[in-house]
Design a protein around this ligand. Structure first.
Ligand SMILES: Nc1ncnc2c1ncn2[C@@H]1O[C@H](COP(=O)(O)OP(=O)(O)OP(=O)(O)O)[C@@H](O)[C@H]1O
Length: 236
């Protein structure tokens, strides 16, 4: 049963001039899809549109069988679509625990349940979010999304500004979350090799259009294919 379906989604900032055109996707529970592509391809624009933070310019987005109304971020969040933005958007003056507690839903997952995925963060709960390291902040941003019991996590460049060694620790956590909770994940990532290691499938967006999509294993095994897609060749 598909949790999220995108059909012919156009996304952008100006009516009649979409940045992303005709985007299609079917996402299953527990599935991780890497959304790849060069800078400016439209990946963030697409995530913002799926999360309802940007009004859609065309097409339909269906969540659990029901069509989402365009540009309704609160409704999308209530129905389980949760965005982890690339700027993390943490409350920097509040402690890590407070950041988690205020995001929690009544009757939903507890902070302790969520911390099972981030053991290191458990030892830093009293620290203001702004004083955490970049990697810890990303774990907190993921944890804050997870206490909302998402059905779909939209993760925008978790690795932004982090050392590769930290990214290697962080991305597998996304896989464990998907496997452990059944949450489906759309993962925007510049670290292509690492993203393909944790994803089931990948979609490559180039100049706002899907240039390539396929199983992560197939794309990882054929870097030439990815390279040609990034360079703008139609290889889908
Ligand atoms: N607020 C905005 N208003 C108008 N155009 C924008 C706005 N934000 C981004 N764009 C444009 O939309 C296009 C896609 O940008 P977007 O940030 O979605 O790409 P991206 O694939 O996420 O790239 P990156 O990897 O650099 O984040 C770019 O041409 C960008 O200049």
């Amino acid at each position: 049963m598909t949790v999220l379906t995108c059909e012919g989604v156009d996304a952008g900032y100006t009516k009649g001039r979409p940045v992303v055109r005709g985007f299609d996707l079917e996402l299953l529970p527990g599935e991780v899809v890497a959304l790849l592509g060069p800078n400016g391809a439209g990946k963030t624009t697409l995530l913002l549109t799926l999360a309802g933070l940007l009004p859609g310019l065309g097409g339909t987005i269906t969540l659990g069988g029901e069509q989402l109304r365009s540009g309704r971020a609160r409704a999308a969040a209530r129905r389980g679509l949760v965005l982890v933005p690339d700027d993390r958007s943490l409350f920097t003056q509040l402690t890590a625990r407070e950041n988690l507690t205020i995001a929690r839903r009544r009757g939903g997952s507890t902070v302790d349940q969520v911390l099972e995925y981030f053991p290191g963060l458990g030892r830093r709960l009293k620290v203001p979010a702004g004083m955490l390291s970049g990697g810890e902040q990303q774990m907190l941003a993921l944890g804050r999304a997870l206490v909302q019991d998402p059905r779909i996590l939209l993760v925008d460049e978790l690795s932004m500004g982090l050392a590769p060694v930290i990214v290697e620790e962080l991305l597998p956590v996304v896989r464990r979350i998907a496997d452990g909770t059944g949450t489906a994940v759309v993962l925007v990532e510049q670290h292509v090799r690492l993203a393909l290691e944790v994803a089931d499938r990948a979609v490559v967006l180039v100049h706002g259009e899907t240039a390539l999509s396929g199983s992560a294993a197939r794309l990882a095994a054929d870097p030439g294919l990815l390279e040609r897609a990034y360079l703008g060749e139609q290889v889908a």
